[in-house]
Design a binder for this molecule. Structure first.
Ligand code: FES
Length: 399
């Protein structure tokens, strides 16, 4: 994130337009609440892929109509005025929006550092050129595996060759080559081949992100969770490659919470830097927050970004430390981890204000251990996976 932060500042300065400067709107004097830094525009939940670890909500089929081009532009403008400097365009598959180039151009004019997070489907030569002309700064291309068989099986679509072509297009247009592969028990044994593939495609940055268990991944957790042995072996392989490739390609290996002893500071803290807007305009402090009961998340159709960020009860609910229970409340590490992930706490304990069970100090840590044990006993059988699709979403929403 630090590289991107720097690039965002440079991008702004290079415009030479004072209306696009990094000056924040400081009218809000509340020193306890910092402005949003990262804006994630989830442009659509539509997606040609069907990954069983997708972080989109399982009930996405119930989602209201998507925001219009003008509504997204207003979101971008208001968040920029408030202080946001990075914007991510994701989904679903954001390439399915035919106004993507217009939104990128608008964000670029405002001085954002612009990121596209894509599976590559729909990324043609002509759209690559249009996105380049629009000022797109950065693309993250996802892969499911280094083999065609598993890549295409997991996405339930023939995308392997297509992704290779998109990787070449990204290089040809001079974007940094940033690849992402979500890891789980089926592809962890191929981690060396995944890294080799990334190197062969000229990746400068490879994010090897172990699955985090929300959304569809939560549904499939017993079939996706790797064993500790798989993880340790993969970490060793990554360490060896780091030594070998040095700065030619930065390898990021994100350990799953289920094998960590301390929780991560999810989203850097609730309502601290991250603002996600769902396709229908619902504003969220993280992409999974809509599943939390008892919180009403505001919508950009009826509220300004300023009202949402500073004044909405939902964004203020888990800010600071007053909401915490023990052991978080008296823990010296609360200023670093903010009690961990609220969504994970809810999924595992039924109480979103509980200490994240990923923490060994949590009275519910045994639920993490039990899940890991149950997963170890579940056969590595891909046929048990539930793949993301409109039809499955409808069925599961009714369950
Ligand atoms: Fe929602 Fe962590 S994913 S707080």
């Amino acid at each position: 994130m630090s590289i991107c932060r720097f690039q965002a500042a440079v991008s702004c300065q290079q415009t030479g337009d004072s209306s696009l400067s990094l000056e924040r709107d400081d009218a809000h004097e509340d020193s306890e609440i910092s402005p949003p830094f990262w804006l994630l525009c989830e442009l659509t939940y539509r997606c040609p892929l069907h990954c069983p670890f997708c972080y989109n909500p399982v009930d996405f089929a119930r989602s209201q109509p998507e925001l219009s081009t003008e509504q997204w532009k207003r979101v971008l403008s208001e968040a920029r005025t408030l202080g946001a400097v990075q914007v991510g365009f994701s989904g679903g598959e954001p390439m399915l929006r035919d106004d993507l180039e217009e939104l990128v151009a608008h964000a670029h004019r405002l001085g954002y550092y612009t990121n596209l997070i894509t599976s590559g489907v729909g990324f043609t030569e002509s759209r690559a050129q249009q996105l380049k002309d629009a000022g797109l700064d950065h693309i993250q291309l996802s892969f499911q595996d280094s083999t065609r068989e598993l890549n295409d099986f997991l996405s339930h679509a023939r995308t392997f060759e297509l992704k290779q072509r998109v990787a070449a297009l990204i290089k040809a247009h001079g974007w940094p080559m940033v690849m992402n592969c979500t890891l789980h028990r089926y592809n962890l044994p191929h981690i060396d081949k995944i890294i080799e593939m990334a190197l062969a495609l000229g990746a400068e940055y490879l994010e090897l992100a172990n699955t985090q268990y929300y959304g569809w991944a939560w549904v499939n957790r017993l079939h996706l969770l790797p064993t500790r042995e798989q993880l340790e072996a993969a970490e060793q392989v990554v360490a060896q490659y780091r030594e070998r490739v040095g700065s030619r390609c930065r390898l990021l290996f994100v350990v799953p919470d289920y094998y960590a002893e301390r929780p991560k500071a999810c989203m850097n803290g609730w309502g601290k830097v991250f603002l996600a807007i769902a396709p229908d305009g619902t504003a969220l402090p993280c992409h999974a927050a809509a599943s939390l009961p008892g919180l009403v998340f505001p919508n950009v159709r009826t509220h300004s970004i300023r009202q949402i960020w500073y004044e909405s009860p939902a964004f203020n609910h888990f800010r600071g430390f007053a909401w915490m229970q023990e052991p978080c409340r008296s823990c010296a590490e609360k200023t670093r981890d903010y009690g961990g992930c609220r969504c994970q706490a809810f999924l595992l304990t039924g109480d979103a204000a509980a200490t994240d069970p990923a923490c060994v100090k949590s009275p519910h840590h045994n639920r993490i251990l039990a899940t890991v044990q149950m997963a170890a006993l579940s056969p590595a059988d891909c046929s048990s996976l539930r793949f993301r699709s409109d039809a499955t979403s409808v069925v599961m929403t009714g369950e």
